[in-house]
Design a protein around this ligand. Structure first.
Ligand SMILES: [Zn+2]
Length: 277
């Protein structure tokens, strides 16, 4: 009797403890979730309060690939150039809404090289340098190239990552600002902004960054990147990064810019031939 009684007491204590622990876990998790939502909401409000920083800026958005070079391909058959264009269009929409002028290097499945039968590498270089030239000619403040990553031998690799030119302080600030917002807004990447020598960032006279929005070689991420809502999230994360980057570099534009003129010139020149820099 005595032993059983003790046993019952032990069990009861254990049950109370278990229930208490469970309750604590639920309270902590709920608290964590609420604090994240609240912090996220506050941060989003901060971004919208700072959105003045992109107003009047000329931002070149480059949807990677297109035309002769579709980029990498996913399991579903989707090509990189489709995803980069869809995300870039959403970024354009968001930035334009905040008063920025967005120069898209392409708005359909095209490239800017001469169809003269040159080797692919020659045409690719021509395409990339003409995209940069287009942005420079129109006085773009920054150059943002949107891409999709691919790592066939590691299908579990995932997460957005931003790249900048080694030695470029402005490129680094821009890339780190966007990377931080990718981490905050998406909540599924802990990658760090990285310095890598790419043709585009090396040859850009403007602060430039390459945003790899995710891995097409990861079937789960490929599916996400095809989702319009997720594309909007990616675009919003980039937008937040740009807002904070410009807010941190809060000097009013020195030269008064003829924004309508710049946009009109760009529209007229779209797809035409420019001298490579
Ligand atoms: Zn690419």
């Amino acid at each position: 009797m005595l032993i059983a009684g003790r046993g019952g007491l032990v069990i009861r204590v254990f049950r109370v403890k278990k229930r208490f622990l469970l309750l604590m876990v639920i309270v902590l998790m709920t608290g964590f979730y609420i604090s994240r939502v609240v912090a996220g909401g506050i941060e989003d409000r901060r971004v919208s309060a700072m959105s003045w920083s992109v107003a009047g800026r000329i931002i070149a958005v480059d949807p990677g690939h297109g035309g002769i070079d579709p980029g990498s391909k996913g399991n579903s058959g989707v090509e990189e150039e489709e995803i980069t264009l869809a995300v870039s269009e959403k970024l354009k929409e968001t930035l334009t809404g905040a008063g920025a002028v967005v120069l898209m290097t392409r708005e359909s499945d095209i490239d800017l090289s001469d169809p003269d039968g040159s080797r692919l590498i020659t045409r690719k270089r021509q395409d990339l340098s003409r995209r940069l030239a287009l942005a420079e000619k129109n006085g773009a403040d920054i150059y943002l190239s949107v891409h999709v990553n691919c790592f066939k031998s590691g299908p579990r690799e995932h997460g957005a990552q931003v790249f900048y030119q080694p030695g470029s302080e402005e490129g680094k600030a821009l890339a780190e600002s966007i990377q931080a917002e990718m981490i905050r807004v998406l909540g599924n990447t802990n990658r760090k902004a990285k310095a890598v020598d790419y043709y585009t960032t090396r040859n850009s006279k403007m602060p430039a960054a390459i945003v790899e929005v995710g891995f097409i070689s990861n079937p789960k991420e490929e599916k996400m990147m095809l989702d319009a809502e997720y594309q909007r999230k990616l675009a919003y994360a980039m937008y937040c990064g740009l807002v904070k980057y410009f807010a941190g570099n809060a000097t009013a534009t020195d030269n008064p810019i003829d924004r309508d003129g710049a946009l009109e010139t760009f529209m007229k020149n779209e797809g035409q031939v420019f001298d490579a820099p």
